[in-house]
Design a protein around this ligand. Structure first.
Ligand SMILES: *[C@@H]1O[C@H](CO)[C@@H](O)[C@H](O)[C@H]1NC(C)=O
Ligand SMILES: *[C@@H]1O[C@H](CO)[C@@H](O)[C@H](O)[C@H]1NC(C)=O
Ligand SMILES: *[C@@H]1O[C@H](CO)[C@@H](O)[C@H](O)[C@H]1NC(C)=O
Ligand SMILES: *[C@@H]1O[C@H](CO)[C@@H](O)[C@H](O)[C@H]1NC(C)=O
Ligand SMILES: *[C@@H]1O[C@H](CO)[C@@H](O)[C@H](O)[C@H]1NC(C)=O
Ligand SMILES: CC(=O)N[C@H]1CO[C@H](CO)[C@@H](O)[C@@H]1O
Length: 502
């Protein structure tokens, strides 16, 4: 979710916590606050009848699956919905990811339609270290050693095995979008005796340090507004205008007022300047990543801001110079998310991310996901490509430095490189050998660049969804859905049916 708010539970339980001093960017490393997959826009919520979500349930889980003599356990949260289940039906498991698990998914979303069709029992397991699933008393660096995708996959194996036994051993289909999409594919690969099939939506299977391709897809997504690139050119001109203003004292005063900055720009603080460039580009990243995808962001805030909205402003010559229009986009985003001013101070962000308490704003997921990027996947959305209009103000070094600034000097580039290589070795990256899996990808989703773009085998298909963004196929269908999205949902449903008959 793209705002300085924290949503606990379902739509009806939107607890908004503002931290006067706290500063976690709205979108960082492509991860919106709250996690990659948003809240589905529910029909009942649109009609003003908020559904009652299922209650929290808890599963006793090992703290460390890989240390035989560590007998410590903790309580992992999960949700279930058995109302679609008929005897002989399968078990569907939605894999929780890098944010609090939302029980609304037990009642809404494309997978619920599949559950109804195939009489499935639905479960959602919250990912360790996110939401209310706390394996350790806090998130100190020492404790974060128990946070990894491998531990999460083992949690799933333990949980599913126990529940499946109670249900009499049904077939299991796992689902996930974005990082959990990768987990779904990896789970099917590592535990084929437990998972019968997997739907891995918008799954970035390739761990990569310099993910410069992200901004390139943002560039091509903006070209869907206007193939001749008027919008992209305006952004490029604005970037140049900002760079010129940045070079003088007077110009920096002007930038402060134009972009409603909370603090003065200090030309000697390279990291502040990088964070500023990254933040204003972030206005576009978030909108592109979730363009028109039927999510209800925090009770619908911001869902009506699309690529067309931003490009409409960027190409409207009556709204001043390109730089002024770029600033107008920034002001629109501030207003939409009720922010008084634009934060960009690097130290403020780092201090925030260093908080280790479960009740801190960093615990909403920002600290944990940053840790996972530093020790497993990187995925740094640098400005190092020439094929994008946002300038080169947030290069790869800016991202790497954050790891050691937040988690300590040993989390340096050497370590990150080793960890990323290890992830790719361990999981097989794009060379993964797998069957009974589908990989839906959206053409304007910046993450598709690390995803499966061609079939990996007769029963490991890439499903191309022209015109859609991140995880679009997971949200409930609407009348406005593009034909490719409708076709993708049908193809997924058919594939699941074939697997279950297999
Ligand atoms: C299961 O989902 C259905 C359909 O959305 C809903 O009516 C029902 O209340 C849900 N059950 C639970 C236990 O959440
Ligand atoms: C989006 O919707 C809100 C609330 O309905 C409205 O105030 C706002 O003007 C809309 N913004 C755009 C860009 O359409
Ligand atoms: C968080 O918890 C700690 C220790 O339990 C407490 O001292 C602190 O005041 C709490 N902070 C907030 C923001 O609630
Ligand atoms: C990273 O830290 C390790 C020790 O923790 C050190 O051996 C290595 O040389 C460092 N790498 C760089 C590039 O500083
Ligand atoms: C995607 O859709 C656009 C616009 O409808 C069309 O121009 C383009 O050829 C399509 N691309 C593919 C690969 O189908
Ligand atoms: C945007 C993109 O790269 N989509 C790919 C998704 O998978 C299909 C099917 O293999 C490819 O044709 C698309 O290029």
């Amino acid at each position: 979710m793209l705002s300085r708010t924290l949503i606990l539970g379902a739509l009806l339980l939107a607890v908004v916590i503002f931290h006067a001093e706290a500063y976690v960017p709205r979108i960082i490393r492509g991860r919106p606050k709250g996690g990659f997959v948003g809240i589905p826009d529910t029909q009942s919520a649109q009609n003003g009848n908020d559904p009652t979500p299922p209650p929290d349930q808890w599963f006793e889980q090992k703290q460390d699956h890989f240390d035989g003599i560590n007998l410590l356990t903790w309580k992992q949260r999960f949700f279930s919905n058995g109302s679609f289940y008929k005897k002989g039906g399968p078990m569907f498991v939605q894999i929780g990811g890098e944010g609090e698990a939302n029980p609304i998914w037990m009642m809404e979303g494309a997978w619920v339609d599949y559950a109804k069709k195939y009489n499935a029992y639905c479960f959602l397991l919250e990912h360790r270290f996110y939401g209310k699933s706390h394996p350790t008393p806090d998130m100190s660096v020492n404790n974060l050693r128990y946070l990894s995708s491998e531990q999460a996959l083992s949690d799933l194996a333990t949980f599913i095995t126990a529940v499946r036994k109670e249900l009499g051993g049904p077939k299991v289909i796992v689902f996930g979008g974005s990082y959990p999409g990768s987990l779904a594919a990896w789970f099917r690969m590592k535990y084929p005796h437990i998972a019968h099939g997997a739907v891995a939506s918008s799954a970035p299977l390739l761990a990569k340090i310099n993910f410069f391709e992200y901004m390139e897809v943002v560039d091509s997504a903006l070209r869907t507004f206007d193939a001749s690139g008027t919008c992209n050119n305006a952004v490029a001109q604005a970037t140049q205008g900002v760079q010129e203003l940045m070079s003088t004292y007077k110009g920096r005063r002007q930038l402060k007022s134009l972009f409603q900055l909370c603090d003065d720009l200090d030309p000697n603080s390279k990291k502040d300047i990088s964070n500023f460039y990254s933040t204003i580009a972030g206005n576009f990243e978030g909108v592109v990543q979730y363009n028109k995808d039927n999510r209800a962001f925090e009770g619908a805030v911001g869902t009506n801001i699309t690529i067309d909205t931003l490009c409409g402003i960027m190409t409207d010559t009556s709204k001043g110079s390109p730089t002024e229009r770029y600033a107008a986009v920034n002001s629109l985003m501030l207003k939409t998310y009720s922010q008084k001013c634009q934060d960009f101070k690097y130290d403020k962000m780092i201090d925030e991310m260093r908080q280790t308490q479960w009740n801190s704003s960093a615990a909403e997921g920002g600290r944990q996901w940053t840790y996972q990027t530093c020790t497993e996947f990187a995925f740094y959305q640098s400005s190092d490509s020439k094929k994008q209009p946002f300038g080169h103000g947030f290069g790869i070094q800016f991202w790497l430095d954050q790891c050691s600034d937040i988690f300590g000097p040993e989390v340096n580039v050497t370590l990150i490189q080793q960890r990323v290589e290890r992830s790719n070795e361990d999981y097989g990256a794009l060379g993964i050998r797998i069957s009974r899996v589908v990989f839906p990808n959206g053409s304007i989703d910046p993450w598709h660049a690390l995803g499966v773009l061609k079939d990996l085998g007769p029963d490991a298909k890439a499903i191309f969804i022209n015109g859609t963004a991140h995880c679009a196929n997971m949200y409930p269908p609407t009348a406005q859905d593009l034909p490719a999205l409708v076709a993708a949902r049908t193809e997924i449903e058919t594939s699941i049916g074939q697997w279950l008959a297999d």
